[in-house]
Design a protein around this ligand. Structure first.
Ligand code: DQA
Length: 154
């Protein structure tokens, strides 16, 4: 029997449902649906299963993070603006025992001052920032590789 496929979860936070129409000069013209199709293709290539969630609600995102270990071995999260101030989301990420990659489509360090503070960063495994929607795919590849290495004990 084949080994079970590794499961990854991608969570998007506030306003990312508007990708494609929202400030396309900053976030690009690709919709969230198109990004998800890209991620599903990358996951297939890597032999992983990927599922998706999006919410504009902080409490709902915290619930999604709490439930993540039951549905995935690794998490990719674009927390939107919550990245800059949500200590509750930070505590939720710290509470779950999962590798997490935080993604930002735009280069938050090249924008307004308030975006330079990343309060989740100390509790995630790594970040992909400023590489456009491609950053989600890079995060997925990195997470899949990290999990394989971890499972092989290297
Ligand atoms: C974002 C950057 C945040 O500052 C912003 O509030 C977002 C999107 C990004 O993907 O570049 O909603 O997380």
């Amino acid at each position: 029997m084949n080994a079970p496929r590794r499961r990854l979860l991608v969570i998007d936070g506030p306003n990312l449902d508007l990708l494609g129409e929202r400030e396309p000069g900053v976030y690009g013209a690709e919709t969230l649906e198109a990004v998800r199709l890209r991620l599903a293709a990358a996951a297939e290539r890597l032999g992983c299963e990927v599922s998706f969630a999006q919410s504009n609600d902080e409490g709902q995102l915290i619930e999604l993070v709490h439930g993540a270990p039951a549905r995935a071995e690794g998490l990719i999260i674009n927390p939107g603006a919550l990245a800059h101030y949500s200590y509750s989301l930070r505590d939720a990420l710290a509470a779950v025992d999962l590798p997490v990659v935080e993604v930002h489509i735009s280069n938050v360090f090249a924008r307004e001052e308030f975006r330079r503070q990343l309060v989740l960063a100390p509790v995630v495994s790594g970040l992909v920032i400023g590489l456009g929607a491609e950053g989600y795919v890079l995060a997925l590849e990195a997470l899949a590789r990290h999990l394989s290495r971890r499972d092989q004990g290297s």
